[in-house]
Ligand binder design. Structure first.
Ligand code: GDP
Ligand code: IMO
Ligand code: MG
Length: 434
């Protein structure tokens, strides 16, 4: 059996959690392959609203094995004190349904402090990171000195930890960050960290590359759940305003130990418009009342940090780029309902770069002045609340989809019209095929 991938094509928060939860019953395994607690994936079902950070979005389905892969950076404090704590009321059988790679890198208390120190030192040029320690942990992974989850079971763990902590302290001293006072002082963070480490030992630690490949060999189906978005990919995103992992399809292979030949469908999801949280270039950003209207109706505030998201119209050059990098086979359009009351919506079809039209993303989005070329499109201006059928969507919305399919050259097989699991319109033929 094959591995399908679901990932975001924009700057994150496209609605990945909702769709993974919707599709999960079609799969045996749901696996996260990168990112960490910078992610906030929101699920709504049966009157519940839940935000997951590191735990895969298949966790609410009884017969699905959820895997946190080696490519993830794992914060045991967030995992135990936040995620597992808030999942308690659902009576989930974690022994049966949740598996964590021993090779996942651990986010230490000093990584969070380093993230803060680095951002403070950048002043106005800060990345706008989620301050969850993501960048510093991936730095240590690549520098070959990270501590991995499996290490906490080894006899020299404490020694390794102390040695890395001392290195981190010297960097914090360089940044002149005071880590001895305040709520997030190191000593308090360490107490919570070591308590969480003891608790996490009760969970399944696995060699996730064997686990996932065995599942494939036994004919089971796997859904790889992306975090962040393609434009935040460390290689291909709006560098340096990116996250520190490969958020694109290639990350599935390295983040789970899956060979490319096993990957079948790549579901690329995008909002009917576009958002970004944190700093960095955003060619189609709206600074006016229309942007505010999208933010208000779409409740565009970060699921992890609560920050207002920057809002703008859909960016087709950026989407084409993301589709190319990821090898997207099907598109899912999210949050169509947010545009229900717009008489006219807009799409950026090209960038004007130095007076010339281009539908390619320039080398450096940060220093290249980009002027979006707009196409105005008639809005559907209809309530979509009671829609149940993909084939019954309003004509103007269908026209928008046809326009996008023509521009992007990939079929749109799902439209999402609300945050709830049930508010999902999928082409029946596609759902049967998965
Ligand atoms: P993720 O990080 O990609 O999983 O996305 P987030 O959960 O951070 O942000 C998406 C937000 O939009 C969440 O609040 C979802 O509940 C919500 N959402 C998802 N799909 C839809 C939709 O089709 N319509 C509306 N109105 N909200 C949606
Ligand atoms: P999900 O999975 C939106 C952004 C941050 C910042 C940049 C780097 O919910 O879509 P980091 O903490 O990773 O070093 O921050 O990336 N960012 C996200 N934006 N959704 C996310 O995740 C994000 N994870 C990180 O705002 O601009
Ligand atoms: Mg999110």
């Amino acid at each position: 059996m094959a591995v399908d991938v679901l990932l975001g094509l924009q700057w994150g928060d496209e609605g990945k959690g909702k769709v993974v939860d919707f599709l999960a019953p079609k799969y045996d395994v749901v696996a996260r392959f990168q990112g960490g607690p910078n992610a906030g994936h929101t699920l709504e079902f049966d009157g519940n609203k839940h935000v997951l950070h590191q735990v895969p979005s298949g966790i609410f389905h009884e017969n699905i094995k959820n895997v946190i892969g080696n490519g993830v950076v794992l914060d045991p404090i967030v995992f135990i004190n936040k995620e597992i704590e808030s999942l308690k009321k659902y009576n989930i059988n974690f022994k049966k349904n949740l598996f964590i790679s021993k090779k996942a890198s651990l986010i230490l208390p000093t990584h969070r402090l380093l993230d803060k120190a680095s951002e403070l030192s950048k002043g106005e040029n800060k990345i706008g990171s989620t301050l969850r320690g993501i960048g510093p942990t991936y730095q240590d992974k690549v520098a070959r000195r990270a501590i991995r989850l499996g290490d906490i079971l080894l006899p020299d763990f404490k020694k390794k930890y102390e040695s890395l902590k001392e290195e981190h302290k010297s960097i914090l001293d360089f940044y002149k960050l005071d880590y001895n006072s305040g709520d997030d002082n190191l000593s308090t963070l360490e107490d919570v960290f070591f308590t969480a480490l003891e608790a996490i030992k009760n969970f399944n630690f696995i060699d996730s590359e064997y686990f996932v490949n065995q599942a494939i060999a036994e004919g089971r189906s796997v859904l790889a759940e992306g975090a962040q978005g393609s434009m935040l990919d460390v290689d291909f995103g709006s560098y340096p305003f990116v996250t520190s992992s490969n958020t694109t399809t290639a990350g599935v292979c390295s983040g789970l130990g899956i060979a490319p030949k096993h990957i079948k469908e790549v579901f690329g999801i995008f909002k009917a418009y576009c958002t970004r949280v944190g700093s960095g270039p955003f060619p189609t950003e709206l600074h006016d009342a229309e942007g505010q209207k999208i933010r208000d109706i779409g409740r565009e505030y970060g699921s992890t940090t609560g920050r207002p998201r920057r809002c703008g119209w859909i960016d087709l050059p950026a989407l084409k780029y993301a589709i190319m990098i990821n090898g997207v086979t099907q598109l899912f359009m999210m949050k169509a309902d947010v545009l229900n009351s717009f008489e006219v919506i807009k799409a950026c079809t090209d960038y004007k770069l130095d007076g010339k039209l281009s539908d390619q993303v320039p080398y450096d989005l940060c220093s290249t002045p980009v002027e979006p070329v707009w196409k105005s499109i008639k809005g559907w201006n209809t309530d979509t609340t009671n829609l149940k059928d993909f084939d019954k969507i309003p004509v103007a919305l269908a026209d928008y989809l046809t326009f996008l399919e023509r521009e992007l050259n990939v079929p749109i097989s799902m439209v999402s019209i609300g945050p709830n699991r049930t508010e999902t319109l999928m082409k029946p033929a596609i759902l049967e095929k998965i």
